[in-house]
Design a protein around this ligand. Structure first.
Ligand code: ADP
Ligand code: MG
Length: 335
């Protein structure tokens, strides 16, 4: 392979990923035919209402879903071309927090309240790297400084509860970055923060992405956040990707009726807030997904055929795909 083709291969690619949960006696898919890719030095935002399958998709990548009631229903998860679905649990343990790291909305779910933050990060490093305690401490301090925690040296010996929400989120990012992951999965990491702190964390994540050449998958239900952080976007609905595009295209030419509805429901600084239109209805439960298009019952463009057959993802422009027969046909009519 020449260097160019290496850099152009996705760092992480999902191909037709299907993840199922057991409810009662039957299996139902919470992620269906999910195909995504993210390149090095790129942020892919995954957006959709609560219950769309965003977290299930991310947790499937790291195999972190409750084992007893979850199964891999098909598809591939390729990390630099290596299919993670074929790895043993031991191999996955080695990979988590090393090649792929994840940050969550609530830092306290990943931080140990009884250990100083410095020790936690140093320990995370020693789990994956053969380094002395002293060297691990040095690397931990380096990463605390990198996430711009003021007075990092002093803060090293503080406990998680001694940090504000925003600073704690920085500690968690430091922990995720400790082993310099190739891929970072961020699941609504700024949702609990106020707008100013949120903007600071988003800008920090962008800087870190560039500094490390990381591939970032950023999950959010908030299109405002998407506009701030994403290079490309995947819109999810009822466990499926319904639209993918680069961020400019998505905002300039949203094409799936669900994406349009999300945009109309989004508060904007430049628009009259009275025109905000919440989307009526809700995302179907995984055991109640209809046969045809999952969005049909909420869709202003619905036609009889939409309820009869599940639509495919169709190309409607350069790197722009939409899972809607009506819109795909309109595009073909124009093209
Ligand atoms: P999002 O992150 O987009 O808000 P999730 O990925 O958490 O949505 O959930 C997608 C769907 O899968 C939801 O309908 C949710 O209720 C269901 N789900 C998530 N986890 C489980 C589980 N462990 N068992 C059964 N259903 C689940
Ligand atoms: Mg979620």
């Amino acid at each position: 392979m020449n260097p160019q083709s290496i850099s152009e291969a996705p760092a992480l690619e999902l191909r037709d990923l299907r993840t199922e949960f057991r409810i009662g006696g039957a299996w139902y898919a919470a992620a269906r035919d999910v195909s995504l890719k993210v390149m090095r030095n790129e942020t892919l935002a995954v957006v959709g209402e609560s219950g769309s399958g965003k977290s299930v998709t991310a947790l499937s990548v790291l195999r972190l879903l409750p084992e007893a009631a979850t199964r891999h229903g098909g598809g591939q998860i390729l990390l630099d071309g290596e299919d993670l679905t074929t790895l043993s649990e031991k191999q996955m343990t080695r990979l988590r927090g090393d090649a792929i790291a994840m940050i969550f909305q609530e830092p306290m779910t990943s931080l140990n309240p009884t250990m100083t933050v410095g020790d936690q990060i140093a320990e995370a490093i020693r789990q994956h790297r053969r380094v002395s305690r002293k060297e691990a401490r040095r690397l931990a301090l380096e990463v605390l400084e990198e996430v711009k925690i003021p007075g990092a040296e002093k803060r090293f010996d503080h406990y998680p509860h001694q940090f504000s929400g925003g600073m704690r989120q920085r500690v968690m990012i430091a922990m995720a970055l400790a082993c310099k992951p190739r891929v970072l999965l961020a699941d609504e990491p700024t949702t609990a923060l106020d707008v100013t702190i949120q903007a600071q964390i988003l800008s920090l994540l962008s800087d870190l992405k560039t500094a490390h050449g990381m591939a970032v998958i950023f999950i959010t239900h908030n299109l405002g956040v998407v506009a701030q952080i994403a290079d490309r976007v995947a819109v999810m609905y009822a466990g499926e990707v319904v639209e993918t595009a680069d961020v400019q295209t998505l905002f300039a030419r949203p094409t799936h009726p669900y994406t349009e509805a999300l945009l109309r429901a989004m508060p904007r600084v430049d628009a009259d807030t009275e025109k905000l239109q919440p989307i009526p209805g809700s995302v179907p439960a995984i055991n109640a997904v209809p046969k045809g298009c999952a969005f049909a019952s909420r869709c202003p463009l619905k036609e009889p055929r939409c309820e009869a057959e599940r639509p495919n993802l169709t190309c409607v422009g350069k790197e722009h795909h939409v899972r809607c027969v009506v819109r795909a046909e309109q595009y073909e009519g124009r093209a």
